[in-house]
Design a binder for this molecule. Sequence first.
Ligand SMILES: [Zn+2]
Ligand SMILES: [Zn+2]
Length: 392
Amino acid sequence: MKLFDQVFGLFNETGELKRGLGKVSGIIAFTLGVLCFLGVLAFHFPEYLTTPELRKNYNPDMLRQLMFVAMVVAAGIAVSNMIFGRHRYLNFAALLLVIITQGLGGPTVPIGDFPDHTPYIGLDWFILDLLGSTTIFVLIEKMFPLYKNQPVFRFEWQTDFTHFIVNHFIVGLILLVVNFLIHRLFSWAVFPALQEMIRSLPFIAELALIILVADLVQYWTHRAYHEVPFLWRFHSVHHSTKVMDWMAGSRQHILELIVTRVGVLGALYVLGFSKSVMDLYIIIVGFQAVFNHANVSLPWGPLKYIIVTPDFHHWHHSSDREALDKNYAAHYAFIDYLFGTAVKSDKRFPEEYGVLGDYMPPGFVKQQLFPFVFREKKAQSTRPAPAEPPAL
Ligand SMILES: [Zn+2]
Ligand SMILES: [Zn+2]
């Protein structure tokens, strides 16, 4: 069927979109249509489809207005493209989604009382982060691009987008596992007097300290992921992207994601930072984790020796010899200068990205399985190649 061919064919396409043919606007309309449809499902089943930590802060009226605007924009674009005969099927699919959303109640679905402790998937987190991050980061990347000709739908965007979707959907499961492990592993190390001292620090000092503690833990776990061959099998998934942009940071093995969070949040839990400082730290880490991978070039000046910038983290993802196993920090670049692991190069940016030897299979499922099925040592790298799995 042509409708399915045109819509699902999009997921196999890579490269620059030709302007003026209704495709760019059609994709925007279709994406908004999908998000509106998912949004109306979240209105109907909030207990299963929304994140408790987020829904506490929602203003339902604002979300209804946001959904209404998205529906109007999607329908408006779709109808005008259809009138002018531009990508009719894609735009028809977008309009159909808006009609179905409206049929299911649209922005007016009432939200009653619901239990708070049901298992859930973070559909709301996915919708809001995709809308917000796409708007912010695509805009920054278009304003200050490092590689000017790199398209939004670049090589292997499908793999990284799948990582993005799954990471958001399983946010509830991850939080559950991480919280469980933190309390199991670190409760013995809690000293109320130390926590009180930390909470009595001025806000800025406490913020600088939380980032330092988080980054020190992050630095050493990250370095272990590079230097212990068994751990590198997991971390090589993150390094396998050959194109850097804001979506590339989503490519990560789920077990690595959990282990790193247990380590970092465990340390923060033990030290008992104030809630306001913790909240700001979560925003900073969320922004920096995405921004550091972005296709962005900005004049940082001496700041680049202090904080981690996209320049700094791009070098970490390089397969250039001078860059292997360097630049581990996530927030404070000076940590790498302190421990002697900062890249020292005459060039501002590296030439090649990815794992040396290019042994990572493409696709989300294969990448999650990679650490367990890796059998051949294809990698010729000074960086530790994944070790052979033990014989079963
Ligand atoms: Zn790394
Ligand atoms: Zn990275």
